[in-house]
Write a protein that binds this ligand. Sequence first.
Ligand code: TTP
Ligand code: MG
Length: 388
Amino acid sequence: MKRWIMHVDMDAFFASVEQRDHPELKGTPVIVGGLSKRGVVATASYEARKFGVHSAMPISKARELCPNGNFVVPRFDAYKEASDKVHEIMLHYADTYEPISLDEAFLDISGMGSHYPTLGAIGRAIKKEIKEKTELIASVGIAPNKFLAKMASDMKKPDGLCIIPYGKEKGILRPLPVRRLWGVGKVTEEKLIRAGFHIIGDIQDAPESALTGLLGENQGHMLKRLSVGLDDRPVEGDRSIKSIGDESTYEKDLTGLSEIERQIAMHSDIVAQRLRKHELTARTITLKIRFSSFKTITRARSLDDGTSLQEEICENALLLLKKIPIHEGVRLIGVTASNLGPPISMGSLFDDNKEKRNRAARAMDEIQEKFGKKALQKGFWVESEDKT
Ligand code: TTP
Ligand code: MG
């Protein structure tokens, strides 16, 4: 099996969250940063980058370059919330997943081939889900290793999707400045340039001894390998999932109780599928409702036994809904499963009926994976309606 690594990086992350939450900022140069005299730019929207504004630049300099820009103080809580959602989505696209920062992660997607027809389809699917659920844009790079995947995610920003296939590594790297190699900072760059290495191609053409002589055994060897696109670093997964949730913010606030219940049923279905995919069960179900006024209520219930069944998750979420007075439109609904544990083992169950339902749910997951999400949806809803 060929190794394929995906790197996902959000576009102008803090600035994009500001533009999303303050529609009047959309399409304008937005500069997020400390606004005191000595403050620096955290990030700038792509509209502001046209003026030469970039991260880590003094705010005073940004004001000179872009006097009509919208200067905004950071709202870290909002960025953390958006980041949590993005990471929760990304987690489901890989067997191994390594969060790198608030807006960035590596995913080992080598084993995802049976779920998607092409590499591009995985990239498009993750971009689409992130956009639908967070209204934010991600750029995606897919390549044989981490070094190239990170480079690829940057190559077509913003809203990029770039694949570096096996065999193209050397050619793509060749014309790029040596600074683009992983681990080359200012000092090493100067050393390389003084020795006549300007572009990565210069390193490709030189014998390894020229590099090790200049930079020492380790770094010389590593840079020689990177220059031809070789990088063995594994994606180091953090497998400790604490909770699995699904939520949506609606374009139009929901008012009817039956529509709210239907949305809860849908979120419960997604949460249940994800639990089964990760071979987990949950003993706590949480329902989050945010109203038009942004007032947010969260209620949780604990179960006696762990579950990964849609109907049990939904049933508990609906009981929680009864405890929340609905006096205004509903802007957001979220269902989360936590207090996670191992799956219910086959055969060791006193509840025969539950085991049967588990088996049926797993069979449906398999069919959906093979034939796409739409395959069973209709039948599924009919079936769940019959039961209630
Ligand atoms: P980046 O991913 O480096 O930058 P970005 O998402 O703003 O823009 P793009 O990826 O499209 O080039 O960093 C992610 C966030 O981290 C960024 O939105 C703000 C924060 N950050 C700082 O606060 N200071 C910095 O110097 C950098 C580079 C980023
Ligand atoms: Mg980014």
